[in-house]
Design a protein. Structure first.
Length: 287
């Protein structure tokens, strides 16, 4: 039988990104956390963590994390039917893209968080790569742009977000006086959310441009918009977030005939329990 104190230590180390911070969360010394991980590895006869070049679960560790996530959710269902068990507020670790978080997510989950006392542990991840978190056992569910579910998981289509290449009118006049040309794309500084963000590349490919372009990196949805409204760059922004800025004329499209549609899919483990099922009902369909 598995010792769930050891699994809890493994999950905490991975979530915290290190033994010292995990010890703070668990109320243990760093050495005690290390000993729990070592005991788990001795029990399995193989490592559950890779220490270098960065801390990450091994394939065995990933399977244990997935199992632990599911057990946590199933135990929450059991507490609902057996109230004499210790009641704890359920915590859901979910990978979500930043644009969803700053637009529709809070309103969608507010009711279930308030009614059932759910605590959210949100991991900000680009919509193109969030599914890896679920596959690795790091999260119980994720939002991503991939429609194909992984083995043992379900996938529900939630809707679409529309992205436009926006900048201030003054910026457009300076860098795009003749519209979206090759010369403009080569000169105009773009804004890219992060190294995994492909929206800008997809937009440029849609316009027939495949070369190098200058860009700022800004891993913040709010900061992204602030950079654009300050005239520092142009970038792909969700209409849900900047509709008012577009309507007021503070932001305009550098290529009015071009925009991107990004589908959103909700992925979760099939045997995650009733809480995930109820959350899924709150989410589907959103927009």
């Amino acid at each position: 039988m598995l010792d769930y104190k050891l699994l809890h230590a493994l999950a905490t180390v991975v979530e915290c990104g290190g033994f010292e911070r995990a010890g703070d969360v668990l109320g243990l010394s760093q050495s005690a956390v290390s000993q729990r991980i070592k005991a788990l590895e001795i029990r399995l006869g193989q490592p559950v963590l890779v220490r270098h070049p960065h801390l990450a679960p091994t394939s065995a560790g990933q399977r244990l994390l997935t199992h632990y996530q599911q057990v946590q959710l199933l135990e929450r269902d059991l507490r609902g039917s057996l109230p004499t068990l210790d009641d704890q507020s359920p915590r859901l670790r979910i990978a979500i893209n930043a644009d969803s978080l700053v637009t529709w997510w809070a309103e969608a989950v507010a009711a279930i968080c308030q009614e059932e006392g759910v605590l959210l542990d949100l991991v900000i991840e680009d919509q193109d790569v969030g599914l890896k978190r679920l596959r690795d056992g790091d999260v119980a569910a994720c939002l991503c742009a991939t429609p194909q579910p992984i083995a043992g998981a379900r996938c529900v289509a939630l809707g679409e977000m529309h992205y436009h290449p926006l900048a201030t009118p003054a910026y457009i006049q300076r860098y795009f006086p003749q519209g979206p040309t090759v010369e403009s794309f080569q000169r105009a500084p773009a804004i890219v959310f992060g190294p995994h963000d492909q929206l800008q590349h997809r937009f440029l490919a849609q316009c027939g441009f495949h070369g190098h372009f200058p860009y700022h990196l800004c891993p913040s949805s709010e900061g992204f918009v602030r950079l654009a409204t300050a005239g520092i760059g142009y970038g792909m922004m969700p209409q849900l977030q900047v509709g008012e800025l577009m309507a007021s004329g503070q932001l305009a499209s550098v290529a009015p005939q071009h925009f991107l549609t990004v589908p959103l899919y909700w992925h979760f483990w099939r045997h995650s329990g009733q809480l995930i099922q109820r959350l899924t009902q709150h989410l589907s369909p959103i927009f």
